[in-house]
Design a protein around this ligand. Structure first.
Ligand code: PBG
Length: 336
């Protein structure tokens, strides 16, 4: 029996009318997630065995052979791009992160191997020294302080070798001032004019990066002044500052920008997209991934549902694309 409603007594406008049936909810959905929105970050190492990352269930540090299989999976799932993060052997690390500039380093070899098999899959390389420094900081230390301009000299070399190896996008995540302009100039001087720069423009000094640092073995040691990255990454208290950071990177030639982390910074993401209208990406970082997995393992959350909802929230806030370790799972769910 349907409710008998006295006319005039209750509202004419009823939001629930269009929510009542599935077809109508589908039709009126404002935001949709697609596999083409995803960037899949992958950890690689120079070993033949893959190794689980304890704090990131389902994520491994993989060999280049396994990476090729993952690239194939990305292609088959319509994921447009992968991002490579190396876990360098301790013997390759030094104070200045010089391995970053080695044209034959693991990342460069991995890029070449993937490009040879899957030339149309986008490859993004991180630009920062933390995988290669013995102290785990993203830059070069002078008296325990990460020195801006000396670091940029090394970042330039790192960007050029990665671009020459064939990566499509370099993504500086180091937060040094002026690095986007310096990298653009250096790439152009090598005639690498089509290599894009996706800048981590608004990257916060976040505790949510913990599992990533386990994965690449780069937890900052206390040899560096505070052990933290607060002298270069942004203070989580700030939002106007993100707008300045993004404006500077665009001015210096960034093709696109990243807000990072994701869920706790959706306000920043929305402001950046609305203010600049440039391609804007968000990074659902390792701690966000670990958190959802941990709750699901306890049976407290439905993993598929919360990963979908968290990514949809990021798209709704304005993301053109999302970096997420869930990429293959999401793409797989969207297929069915
Ligand atoms: C390195 C870098 C970090 C992440 C991406 N690039 C860690 C850091 O800044 O300490 C974090 C990614 C994640 O947590 O998933 N510069």
């Amino acid at each position: 029996m349907t409710d008998q409603i006295p006319t005039g007594k209750f509202p004419a406008a009823r939001m629930r009318r269009s929510r009542r049936f599935g077809w109508s909810r589908e039709l009126s959905a404002e935001t949709r997630l697609s596999s083409e929105d995803l960037i899949w970050p992958i950890f690689i190492h120079d070993r033949s065995e893959d190794k689980d990352v304890d704090s990131m269930p389902g994520v491994q540090r993989v060999s280049v052979d396994t990476l090729i299989k993952m690239a194939e999976r990305a292609v088959s799932l319509n994921i447009p791009a992968i991002a490579l993060f190396p876990s360098a052997e301790d013997g390759l690390k030094d104070e200045n992160g010089t391995e970053a500039a080695n044209p034959d380093n693991l990342v460069c070899r991995a890029v070449q191997a993937v490009k040879a098999e899957f030339p149309d899959l986008g490859i993004i390389c991180d630009v920062a020294l933390d995988p290669y420094t013995s102290h785990g900081q993203d830059g070069i230390l002078v008296d325990g302080y990460v020195a801006n301009d000396a670091t940029i000299e090394m970042l330039i070399k790192q960007s050029v070798v990665q671009a020459q190896a064939g990566c499509d996008v370099v993504a500086p995540s180091d937060m040094m001032d002026g690095r986007v302009g310096a990298i653009r100039t250096a790439l152009d001087a090598e005639n690498l004019i089509d290599t894009q720069i996706m800048s981590y423009a608004a990257k916060y000094n976040s505790a949510f990066y913990g599992p990533f640092r386990d994965a690449v073995g780069s937890a900052p040691s206390t040899a560096s002044r505070s052990g933290g990255k607060g002298t270069y990454q942004m203070d989580p208290a700030n939002s106007d500052e993100a707008i300045r950071e993004v404006a500077m990177d665009i001015e210096e030639g960034a093709d696109s920008v990243i807000v990072k982390p994701g869920l706790p910074y959706l306000d920043v993401l929305q402001r950046v997209k609305e203010t600049f209208g440039v391609p804007t990406y968000v990074y659902q970082v390792s701690g966000e991934y670990a958190m959802l997995h941990a709750a699901a393992e306890k049976g407290w959350l439905d993993l598929d549902a919360v990963m979908m909802e968290s990514l949809l929230g990021m798209k709704r806030a304005g993301a053109d694309g999302i970096w997420t370790y869930f990429a293959p799972e999401i793409a797989n769910l969207l297929k069915t």
